[in-house]
Design a protein around this ligand. Structure first.
Ligand SMILES: CC(C)[C@H](C(=O)O)[C@@H](O)C(=O)O
Ligand code: SF4
Length: 759
């Protein structure tokens, strides 16, 4: 079978092989999805699609929904209904729409009056919904969190959410195997957050592109499940499709007796299977990175990318010492945005806000670790007067747990603001936001411009460092709170070594582009491709010719493409105005800036040419693709793309075209002269007046779908027989995966009846 590894296999290979429903000869697989988590931001358009097509949710028993992004984190003492509790109209509409959808489709749902409500990536593991060996998806990039259980868990866009709801499968191509080994002892004061920030600093935010990372080595083996979740959570910040840790005794102990974990004899059979889930001794990894635990200091970010890390004992980097002009320019921009001077000691940076929360760090262990610092500071310790410090537990159950341990009392006595569960100031879709210019030490995962509020400045840190910062009012080395000899320990502890990412890699093949693929993948026989008679609602992409806008930015994240305030829509359209909003409009005056898309003729652009790699990284919001499309941009050309963004564009009849960095530069120069550029997907070439055409090759299946305007759901529904027979095998081999509703009743599979062919 294409894509199947013969011989020793990695954990990823094993999970992959156990989920392939069908695979075509060029390796595109239909993968069965065991668990689907749903939240209010990325699901309304998906449910609307189902309703319009008259399709049911295929596996309500494998689907769990909650409300987390939009909700206020204020007291729910007087909570009556979403309608009265969520006052901001767009947030309220999204939360109410989810409530209606879960009723209409018969889904398990934790609403605001339910103690089990919380951040989607917190509640899945907490309930035992997440299990080893499963495939798990959610319309959310931090689905990678669930890989901590030895599962293949990844974020998807809204069109794919609809696909999973309708078919319980996804069309996927296998990624690369990457292993990150951290061996040795972590120094005191260094925790899982420092480990993952350090890893991202080493491999960069594009380091994991196209790969699934397995975290191996003594450091991860010794970590609790909470710590493993924090690490896997931020795999997406390392550019990876997913991250995972092989399940072991720690995993089993965490899961035993969780409400949705298997019980009795079924548990024994599940555990026997889970014990087989580890990489074979001689399994081959495409990329391997080795890091010594002793080199990891308590770590903090200084810039606007999670890779901008430095030891807390370090200084703000000096762009003038950077030889690479694009790195220097981006560091200068970041320092200007962050309001920092080069060479300022990190510990001299004052703060106005501290945020302890998010799907990275809002679990019980995170709260204990923060409370430990507050306790160590003594009974009179107080949050610094210049700081507002919020603590937002990840779920109602975590909040309850923490209160039972008396952690809330420790925090409240010191002046922390103890709140209700939700995403909160991690992205500020609710009222918890930074004001322009405010600086925050945050335990979340993204420090992008405007992430926590327009003009807000974020430094990513561990929960312990956040607590220390709250007490001193500035970024602080947490080791100062560890005993009488603490100052010496800081002096003797690990310091950041400036090393190149490549020094850590045994082999680095660089991000895969479509054109890197073996040539057999580019010539699938026409018989393997679906017929293309009557197209679906997806626009065809054959030739796009027009003005191309040049953009010289690396790691363009989807928060930059479309900020959070535009995610509150229930529709897929009307987002043109939100495109690159913070770049196109002055935050004070609201006037248009001189950003490239505001200037003629680029305000008419149909193509965007970005010279920086890793376009579309970060959040899974399909709104980024919708906004580009609404603006009129049908094709983005860049040296490489983040996976979820790439899928999202293709689901909308748009072409993400990876070309070499030289070709991108060359095309951007052409674009700067204002000439029209022509992207011909049938001939697979880019033409521009007078100069030789640039040939490219893309996945034949995707080319076929784009040229004919085919939609994935219509295609997959024709595989009904294969899906049903996979489900029979699954029930026989892995019966514990047939989910049961919270009332203990098995929910029947709902199969979409195919009338006449849709295309
Ligand atoms: C809303 C959702 C699409 C988004 C994500 O995918 O990450 C959000 O959770 C975020 O953290 O930006
Ligand atoms: S990253 Fe933040 S906004 Fe996204 S799911 Fe996690 S807590 Fe919510």
């Amino acid at each position: 079978m294409p894509g199947t590894v013969t011989g020793p296999r990695t954990l990823y290979d094993k999970i992959w092989d156990d989920h392939v429903v069908d695979v075509n000869e060029d390796g595109l697989a239909l993968l069965y999805i065991d668990r689907h988590l749903v939240h209010e931001v990325t699901s309304p358009q998906a449910f609307e699609g189902l309703k319009n097509a008259g399709r049911p949710v295929r596996r309500p028993d494998c689907t769990l929904a909650t409300v987390d992004h939009n909700i206020p984190t204020t007291s729910r003492k007087n909570y009556k209904s979403v309608d009265t509790f969520v006052t901001e109209p767009d947030s309220r509409a999204q939360a109410m729409q989810l409530e209606e959808n879960v009723k209409d489709f018969g889904l398990s749902y934790f609403g605001l009056s339910d103690k089990r409500q919380g951040i989607v990536h917190i509640i899945g593991p907490e309930q035992g919904f997440t299990l080893p060996g499963i495939t798990c998806v959610c319309g959310d990039s931090h689905t990678s969190t669930h890989g901590a259980f030895g599962s293949l868990a990844f974020g998807i866009g809204t069109s794919e959410v609809e696909h999973v709801l309708a078919t319980q499968t996804l069309l996927q191509r296998k990624g690369k195997n990457m292993r990150i080994i951290v061996d040795g002892e972590l120094a005191e004061g260094v925790g899982s957050k420092d480990v993952i920030l350090h890893i991202i600093g080493v491999i960069g935010t594009a380091g994991g592109t196209g790969s699934v990372i397995e975290y191996a080595g003594s450091v991860f083996r010794n970590m609790s499940m909470e710590a493993r979740m924090s690490v896997c959570n931020m795999s997406i910040e390392a550019g990876a499709r997913a991250g995972m840790v092989a399940p072991d005794e720690i995993t089993f102990a965490y899961l035993k007796n969780r409400p949705l974990a298997p019980k009795g004899e079924e548990w024994d059979r599940a555990e026997a299977y889970w014990r087989t889930l580890k990489s074979d001794e001689d399994a081959k990894f495409d990329i391997e990175v080795n890091i010594d635990a002793a080199d990891i200091p308590p770590t903090v970010t200084w810039g606007n990318s999670p890779q901008d890390v430095v030891a807390i004992t370090g200084k703000v980097p000096d762009p003038s010492t950077m030889t690479d002009p694009s790195k220097r320019a981006s560091a200068e921009r970041a320092l200007a945005y962050m309001g920092l001077q080069a060479n300022t000691p990190m510990e001299d940076i004052p703060l106005q806000k501290v945020f302890i929360g998010s799907c990275t760090n809002s679990r019980i262990e995170d709260l204990r670790s923060a409370a430990r610092i507050v306790r160590a500071a003594g009974p009179d310790a107080k949050v610094a007067p210049n700081v507002h410090a919020m603590i937002v537990p990840g779920s109602g159950l975590i909040k309850q747990h923490a209160e039972a341990e008396g952690l809330d009392a420790v925090f409240k006595r010191a002046g922390f603001d103890w709140r209700e569960a939700g995403c909160s100031m991690c992205l500020g879709m609710n009222p918890d936001q930074l004001a322009p210019g405010e600086r925050c030490a945050s335990t979340s995962n993204r420090n992008f411009e405007g992430r926590q509020g327009a003009g807000g400045r974020t430094h990513l840190v561990s929960p312990a460092m956040a607590a220390a910062a709250a007490l001193t009012g500035k970024l602080t080395d947490v080791r100062k709170y560890f005993g009488a000899d603490a100052e010496e320990k800081v002096a003797a502890g690990p310091k950041l070594k400036l090393t190149s990412a490549l020094d850590f890699m045994t082999e680095f093949t660089g991000p895969e582009t479509e054109s890197d693929r073996p040539s057999h993948a580019q010539t699938a026989s026409p018989s393997s491709l679906p017929p293309a008679s009557s197209p679906s609602g997806v626009a065809k992409f054959i030739i796009v010719k027009g003005i191309a806008a040049p953009l010289h930015v690396e790691n363009v994240d989807t928060d930059m493409i479309i900020p959070k305030q535009f995610l509150k829509t229930l529709k897929r359209t009307g987002l043109a105005n939100g495109l690159f909003f913070a770049k196109r409009f002055d935050s004070k005056t609201g006037e248009k800036t001189d950003f490239i898309l505001n200037k003629a003729p680029y305000d008419q652009a149909k193509i965007l040419i970005c010279t920086g790699k890793n376009f579309g990284c970060g959040s899974s919001r399909e709104h980024a693709a919708w906004a580009l499309n609404d603006f009129g941009i049908r094709c983005v050309i860049a040296p490489s793309f983040a996976e979820i963004f790439r899928n999202n564009t293709m689901q909308n009849g748009m072409l993400p075209l990876p070309l070499s960095a030289e070709d991108c530069k060359d095309l951007a120069e052409d674009a700067e002269t204002g000439v029209e550029i022509e992207v011909d997907l049938e001939k697979q070439e880019v033409r521009r007046g007078g100069k030789p055409a640039i040939a490219f090759s893309i996945d034949p299946f995707r080319q076929h779908c784009l040229v004919n305007g085919l939609d994935d759901i219509g295609l997959t529904l024709q595989k009904e027989e294969a899906i049903t027979s996979f489900e029979q095998k699954r029930s026989a081999l892995w019966s514990w995966l047939d989910g049961f509703g919270y009332h203990g009743q098995k929910i029947p599979v709902a199969i979409t009846k195919l009338g006449k062919m849709e295309w």
